[in-house]
Design a protein around this ligand. Structure first.
Ligand code: ATP
Length: 315
């Protein structure tokens, strides 16, 4: 079957700044596709072209077999969209707002809005403008999911949600996929993509630097390690630690006979732990992978090489 989303050679320029460069992306029906990348990578720009909020400078975009520029209300009814910067104001209640959207998006099964509100934990009888950021975001999610659209386009959908509600949301995404809906989800949080996406594209500086299934991209393999060690000076510590496999960006600061260190580690941390064991270890923290660090570490060369090529092309 054809792709639900087909993006070919998408280019978007804002004045002299190119936000998205020659992007190709294809999303298969009934899958969850994660678009992941650091702030400013071009995720929002890409998603906005799919719902015709902005138009490409060049390239072709097809959504559910149609060009979003010509699909109009009929195409929009087949899509549930959560924008990256959701602004909800007004005196009307959540109920009123959602019934207005139901009028636009098409039929909503009886009781389904209330069921979603219950699951996400939002009070629909309150005026929208009095809700917290997280509760407004929940309304945004309900309006996207409530008419069970064929395609969900969700831009940073968990922003402002607490961890329990994030879990509910991830379950909703999996249920949507199991029901045959297609989900395109953008995020700069690796864990939510790891938990839901069948396929992922990593975006950096407006380009896809890697794509495939989540595990093949090794994005979770870069961790930050911080430690304090005693009875060592910085030179000794550097001599022992800098050649440990996987360690990069080693920073050492010494004071009062102790050394604090910070480094990124790709792959297993065992060699670093064994090397540290030569010293007296005061404390040790191993942090979850940070997406920005992982992308730079794993794909940094590719993004800079390609930018230089681009500068060359532009001349
Ligand atoms: P974030 O997670 O921070 O929202 P993003 O991956 O969604 O990042 P975009 O919002 O698509 O990234 O932005 C990509 C680039 O385009 C950024 O450098 C941004 O500053 C620029 N940009 C986006 N919108 C505009 C605009 N309307 N005018 C000028 N530049 C823009």
């Amino acid at each position: 079957m054809n792709s639900v989303i087909d993006i070919t050679g998408l280019h978007k320029r804002y004045g002299r700044r190119t936000a998205v460069h020659s992007l190709d992306m294809h999303v298969k029906p009934g899958t969850v596709y994660g678009l992941i990348g650091p702030n400013g990578a071009g995720k929002t720009t890409t998603l906005r072209t799919l719902v015709d909020v902005i138009r490409p400078t060049s390239g072709a975009v097809r959504v559910l077999g149609e060009d979003p520029r010509h699909g109009g209300a009929r195409l929009r009814r087949r899509i549930g969209y959560v924008p990256g910067e959701l602004r909800l104001e007004g005196r009307i209640t959540g109920h009123r707002m959602l019934s207005f959207y139901a009028g636009v998006s098409g039929p909503v099964a009886r009781g389904y809005t209330a069921e979603l509100a219950e699951r996400l934990g939002v009070d629909l009888s309150r005026p929208v403008r009095s809700l917290s950021k997280g509760n407004k975001q929940k309304l945004g999610l309900i309006q996207a999911f409530m008419h069970r659209p064929e395609l969900l386009i969700l831009d940073e959908p968990t922003s402002g949600l607490d961890p329990l509600v994030q879990r509910v949301f991830l379950t909703m995404v999996r249920e949507a996929r199991d029901a045959g809906q297609t989900v395109l989800l953008s995020s700069h949080v690796l864990s939510e993509i790891q938990q839901t996406a069948d396929e992922v594209a990593v975006l950096a500086n407006g380009r896809i630097v890697a794509d495939g299934d989540v595990s093949s991209l090794r994005l979770g393999s870069v961790r930050r390690v911080r430690a304090g060690i005693e009875q060592a000076d910085a030179a000794q510590a550097r001599a022992v630690l800098e050649n440990v496999p996987g360690v990069e960006g080693l920073e050492l600061t010494a004071s009062d006979g102790a050394v604090r260190l910070s480094a990124t580690v790709e792959g297993g941390i065992d060699p670093l732990v064994k090397a540290l064991a030569r010293f007296t270890v005061q404390d040790l923290t191993i942090e979850e992978p940070d997406l920005e660090e992982s992308v730079l570490r794993l794909y940094g060369n590719e993004t800079t090489t390609r930018s230089h090529e681009d500068e060359g092309d532009a001349r």
